[in-house]
Structure formats: C-alpha cells, structure tokens
Design a protein around this ligand. Structure first.
Ligand code: PAF
Length: 279
C-alpha cells in the first residue's frame, strides 16, 4: 500500500492503478464498519484508494474536531490489511490552501434533521467530498447507510453536478448488541455504552410494529421513542419518520417505504442511526 500526503503525489500514483478504481473516504479511526466498505470495494474494483482526513469544515465551533479520535498507525495497518492500494492523508493546508473559497452546498436536504442540529455540517461534507472526488477520479465511491442523510446529499450532488462517479450504498455494520459501529462510540462511558443500544432497540421496535400492521406515523414514532426514553442517560435530539428521497416529515399514515432516523445524545456524544420501514 502506498501512503501519500499531497495531491500531486496521489495523482502520480493513481495514474498507475488499473481501473475500475473504488474510493473510500474516511475521517479515520477505523472500525469494522469502515473495513466492510473497503472489503466491498476490493471485491468490486481492480484498485482501491482511500483518504484519511479529519475535515475541519464539517465540524461546528463547539463540536469535537480537536478531540476527534485519531490513530494514524493503526488506521494504516487496517487499511493495508483490508487490501487498499493507495491512501492519501492530506494536511488541512493541502485540502484548503490559502485563498480557498469555493463551497458546495445541497440546499433543502442539508438543512433538515442532522443538518438542522449541525448548521454548515453538510456543506463541509459536500465540499470535501467534491474535492476528494476531483483528486481521486474514482469510478466508484463507497458510503455507509448509517449516514443515510449524508448518502442522499452526496447522491444528489453527484447527480446535479454530473460527477463521473457511482455512489455505492453499503449496509450499516453493527456491534453484537445492535449499536451501529461509529468512531464516536469510544466517547461513551460503560454505562452510556450499555444504554446506547436504545437507538437500535427503538428502530427495531418501530419496524416490528410496522410489520404487525401499524401505519400511523405518530404511533410508529412513539413506539421508537418509548424504547429510548426507557434509558435514563439517553436524550433524543430528533426522531424522524420521513420520505426516503426528500426527507420531508410524514404525517398520517405511512404508505410507502419511509426512513426512520434519529439522533440521540449521551452527554456530549451524539449518535445517529436509521432504518427503512416497509409498510
Ligand atoms: O462520513 C464520513 O466519514 C465523512 O463525513 C466523510 C464522507 C469522510 C467526509 O469527510
């Protein structure tokens, strides 16, 4: 695996890689969920490239940019073990050189749910992902379904800007009790970690209710909420049942597949998860 830190070095190495090239962008601090994306890219592409970059523009002023977990040596060992050919670890100055002003914004989808709680977050994500797509010139890019809103926004950006890359949706990888794998899970105390199963318990309860014939959107949200409120350390930031494509909140009866998504806080740690309900 070749490791580079500049765009010029990346482009030089990228020229020698056989197509198709699969790309896996990451903030680092790898976990099983990340590795499953790399493994999928490995199966589907002749070459796999990755980026490790804690992108400052997607963190708000009071968020965890400076304390976001980082472990470069471990990340590189995991990427190499999973079969990555080339990885770029750019500096902030490399990605946002002096005078950098261009931003990519997907209005509407970026302003609801997580975007409402984290103003500017998705503009930071789409800007850095657009830069990374430009640098890597990948044929396929792999993203996890845990960040369902991010995925929808990136798909819309790719479609609207005619970017020559295919976005591949990958299923959420979960820990044994159902908690979605996330680099932020390390922030949880043992008590919080035990109660963090609430997110998946709530989503599964709503799925079971839907499977048993419940169609009332308020009732489905309530079934999920009850599970979370049963855990005293959990506090709901949002709980949404929305149209899968537009993310418009649903009212009345659910009649087609819908995205139930939520953000739940344990102290200063905000966890997200989602499930598609199939009425
Ligand atoms: O999902 C992430 O890890 C990040 O938002 C991404 C896509 C790597 C952009 O920084």
């Amino acid at each position: 695996m070749q490791v580079v830190r500049t765009v010029a070095e990346f482009r030089e190495a990228r020229r020698r890689l056989p197509a198709p090239v699969g790309f896996f962008p990451t903030l680092g601090y790898m976990h099983e969920g990340h590795i499953s994306l790399v493994e999928r890219a490995r199966r589907e592409c002749a070459s796999v490239v990755a980026s490790i970059f804690v992108n400052p523009t997607q963190f708000g002023p009071n968020e965890d940019f400076s304390r976001y977990p980082r472990d470069e040596a471990r990340d590189l060992a995991m990427l190499e073990g999973a079969g990555v050919d080339l990885v770029i670890l750019p500096s902030v100055e490399e990605m946002y050189p002096a005078g950098d002003v261009t931003r990519v914004r997907v209005p509407g989808l970026s302003e609801v749910l997580e975007g409402k709680r984290r103003p500017g977050h998705f503009e930071g994500v789409t800007t850095v992902v657009a830069k990374l797509f430009g640098i890597t010139e990948a044929d396929f890019a792999y993203f996890g379904q845990k960040d369902a809103q991010q995925l929808l926004i990136i798909e819309r950006m790719v479609r609207d800007l005619h970017m020559p890359v295919t976005v591949v949706r990958c299923p959420t990888v979960r820990e044994a009790d159902g908690l979605a794998c996330s680099s932020r899970n390390v922030y949880l105390s043992p008590e919080e970690r035990a109660q963090a199963v609430a997110l998946w318990a709530g989503l599964r309860a709503a799925e079971a209710a839907c499977g048993a014939g419940e169609r009332d959107t308020d009732r489905l949200r309530a079934v999920c909420r009850e599970q979370i409120e049963a855990r005293p350390l959990a506090s709901i930031d949002y709980l949404s049942l929305a149209d899968e494509q537009t993310l418009e909140e649903l009212h009345g009866l659910v009649e087609r597949p819908a995205l139930m998504s939520l953000m739940v806080s344990f102290g200063n740690t905000h966890l997200i998860d989602n499930i598609t309900l199939h009425p």
